[in-house]
Design a protein around this ligand. Structure first.
Ligand code: ADP
Ligand code: MG
Length: 738
């Protein structure tokens, strides 16, 4: 690789420091604003869109929801408080009409957005109180005193890139930096194999950079963008493919039971027949466990599709082959619940070591943080000696004191709540790499699975066990139809009168008793508390007493939320499961896995506060037995708002995959990849897992082909080095977090 040149007349390369290209001051701002230090990092700061000169929209013709770019002059700027936030309102005009631009909590923009300045403003037209506006538009101001036409022309040819920018570093300035970088760039070695570029008709790397930043036409820009997006997908697929190869190279004990006595005894006791899906997945897992390399499988299926039963069968067959199995749950409530369910399904098979034990069986233990030190020590000893066959627990399972005699299988429930690190920490406790089964109830669209979980094999339970009845969902719009809420409470009473039970879910535990200052909100967010803003909303500790003395008086009401002791939570869940409580007012602690077949109705307050997938999970708590489920989504969202549309979509379908798609479309990519996978997040600048389905497919095909003939990618050194970079960046992130 070339040395960074100090003399700017020398050609630059991708690793050249930005100081040498744009000067110290600008380089400093680039680093402070975007963390970039090299030419490569600069060139990978891609434009959001292009403004086509001469096609700037006329303000008087703007329609709501249009994506527009306008050239306009700032007429007035006002800063005021609204809803506890600073609202900067900027009125611009293009001579034909006025438009209002709004920025929340960005008062610093007042410094640039001065009356008289001209700029380009881009965004989606919204309507607020009958007035058209752009909220948080992208903009690019024309330098003061410049002739506008000349300035626009000088910026770039016909197509003006609009970059993610800051006040210190407006888009036009970034554009100038790009020009300097591109002009000084030597011919680049391209890591994308030539035959691949040819197959897809992609430009080489140099041309791709030049076309995306200085497009001669929009087609070239689009093609350059596609090539650079493909690069991201390909590198990720190569990384994941190599990871899979590494797993296959690992050596572990195959766990084929010599005498599957526990499995057989368990199946003989099961009060139902497996669904076709369960039979298929059982067979897949059996096959995986018989391999000499560790299973690495994701089991996805709707809430209630019978994953736990499948996982339990796998655990038992590992115990049958004289190993141990651990089930890691994300919360104490869930761990307790799994423990109860599993004890119940196993009956006397789980009572080895007690007087009730039959001739076959194993010991099942629950290990959570709330046990006393003495209790923990006792379980630690039994795990170390191998006396306990199955252990269920929370993070306490990962703690230092825990060792296993022979851990053969790790089951992780609700993967999205764990980082890869935690999952790995538990696996490290085994003498050889254990088999891994990850369960998730959030349906994962195929391409997400391929990118986020690309190193796992995937099984899906599509059907629910028969005899399950459907859930009916209705939206209760309290703004338009306040009396519907009274009907909802009447409905709760009817359900209880029929002998059923009801959940009421609220987004908060309590409301803050005063308006919080900005500082307090930030502090609360840093502490992971729930006060995201100052608005009052339904809160468990307020709603429960209100209902108890009001609409639902006479019913047995209890509360459940994260600030209660685990003893209290456990007691409440047991009492609810026994039917001693009619109505459980709770936060989302009941979101996953809580299973009470007699609960037939759920009322979700301020439902618009929750994500679609979360709501879908929540309502999966009802309609689990033979009683029809009813879910009411109470909301004060506006009639035609996006929130209301989401709730209506939810009311119309029970298809989890469809809803997961909808949910993903409304979230940012970072959240999609989430904590569950550090999978090169920062490398995915362009790739969008839903939009780029086809691209990911092709990239996966290319990756498999490359790895198929050359697993180490030795014959493509540039490509190998890119993949290695991605790998080491990821390792670095892993170290940061631990
Ligand atoms: P999940 O973990 O996918 O949410 P569970 O394994 O907890 O689902 O199963 C949900 C409920 O359905 C449990 O009460 C379980 O005993 C029951 N169940 C599981 N498999 C079947 C089946 N094949 N037929 C009938 N009921 C089943
Ligand atoms: Mg479950």
């Amino acid at each position: 690789m070339k040395q960074a040149a100090l003399d700017t007349s020398t050609m630059a390369s991708l690793v050249t420091r930005l100081q040498n290209i744009v000067g110290d001051r600008t380089a400093d701002v680039l680093e402070k604003s975007f963390g970039m230090t090299t030419v490569n990092e600069l060139l990978r700061h891609y434009p959001r869109r292009y403004v086509v000169r001469g096609e700037l929209t006329d303000i008087s013709t703007l329609l709501a929801d249009d994506e527009v770019t306008i050239l306009a002059e700032i007429e007035a700027v006002k800063l005021r408080r609204a809803n506890g936030k600073n609202l900067l309102e900027v009125i611009v005009t293009d001579g034909s009409a006025n438009l209002s631009l709004t920025f929340f909590n960005q008062a610093w923009r007042e410094k640039d957005l001065k009356a008289g300045r001209v700029g380009m403003f881009a965004g989606k037209v919204g309507v607020f109180k009958g007035k058209r506006q752009l909220s948080h538009p992208d903009y690019q101001l024309i330098p003061d005193g410049d002739d506008v036409d000349a300035a626009v022309a000088e910026f770039a040819g016909k197509f003006l890139p609009v970059y993610p920018a800051t006040a210190k570093l407006p888009s036009w300035k970034i554009m100038q930096c790009m020009k300097l970088a591109l002009d000084s760039l030597d011919e680049l070695a391209d890591y994308l194999p030539e035959d691949v570029a040819k197959e897809f008709n992609y430009p080489n790397l140099m041309k791709a950079f030049s076309d995306i930043h200085q497009p001669p036409d929009l087609d070239s820009a689009a093609n350059a963008r596609e090539r650079l997006t493909f690069d991201e997908a390909l590198l990720l697929q190569l990384l994941l493919g190599q990871r899979r190869n590494e797993i296959v190279k690992l050596v572990t004990k195959s766990r084929t039971p010599n005498t599957p006595v526990l499995v057989a005894a368990f199946e003989a006791k099961l009060p139902f027949k497996y669904t076709a899906g369960q039979i298929e997945v059982n067979a897949q897992i059996e096959k995986d466990l018989s391999n000499k390399y560790p299973m690495h499988r994701l089991l996805q299926g709707e809430v209630g599709s019978g994953k736990t039963v499948v996982a339990l069968r796998a655990m038992l067959s590992v115990v049958d082959s004289s190993g141990q199995a651990a089930l890691l749950a994300p919360t104490e409530v869930l761990a307790q619940q799994h423990f109860r369910t599993i004890k119940k399904l196993l009956g006397e098979l789980a009572q080895a070591g007690t007087l009730q034990a039959g001739s076959i069986g194993t010991e099942v233990e629950l290990l959570t943080g709330s046990l006393s030190t003495a209790e923990k020590k006792e379980i630690h000893a039994k795990l170390a000696s191998g006396q306990t066959g199955i252990v269920i627990g929370t993070h306490a399972l990962i703690s230092d004191g825990v060792t296993f005699a022979d851990l053969g299988l790790v089951v992780v429930d609700e993967q999205h709540r764990f980082g890869v690190e935690q999952r790995d920490a538990l696996r490290m406790k085994a003498k050889q790499p254990p088999h891994l089964l990850v369960m998730t109830a959030t349906p994962i669209p195929r391409t997400v699975a391929m990118t986020v979980f690309g190193d796992l094999d995937i099984s899906t339970l599509k059907e629910l066990p028969s005899g399950r009845v459907a859930i009916t969902t209705h939206v209760i719009p309290v703004l338009e139809k306040p009396h519907f809420l009274n009907r909802a409470w009447a409905r709760v009473k009817e359900e209880v009168a029929k002998g059923h039970q009801v959940y009421i879910v609220a987004p908060r535990i309590v409301n803050p008793n005063k308006k919080l200052t900005e500082r307090e909100i930030i502090a609360a967010q840093l502490l992971g508390e729930e006060y995201l803003d100052n608005e009052q909303m339904s809160a468990v500790e307020e709603l429960a007493p209100e209902l108890a003395s009001g609409e639902l008086s006479g019913l047995k009401i209890a509360t459940l939320h994260g600030r209660q002791s685990s003893d209290l939570k456990e007691q409440t869940m047991v009492a609810f499961a026994k039917g001693e409580i009619d109505v459980l007012v709770a936060t989302t602690v009941i979101e996953v896995g809580v299973d009470v077949a007699n609960a037939s109705m759920m009322v979700i307050m301020d439902a618009d506060r929750f994500g679609i997938s979360q709501l879908h999970q929540l309502r999966g708590r009802v309609g689990r037995g033979s009683v029809a489920g009813l879910c009411l989504l109470v909301t004060s969202a506006q009639e035609d708002s996006q929130s209301m549309q989401r709730l209506n979509a939810l009311a119309q379908t029970l298809d989890g995959f469809e809803l997961a798609r909808l949910d993903l479309e409304q979230r940012k990519e970072g959240d999609v990849l989430g904590r569950s996978q550090s999978g090169g997040r920062s490398h995915l600048r362009l790739l969008r897992v839903l939009r780029d389905e086809n691209l990911i497919d092709s990239a996966r095909g290319v990756a498999l082909k490359i790895l198929g003939v050359d697993p180490e990618i030795n014959h493509l050194p540039e490509l190998k080095s890119e993949v290695d970079k991605l790998k080491s960046d990821e390792a670095a992130r892993f170290m940061d977090k631990s």
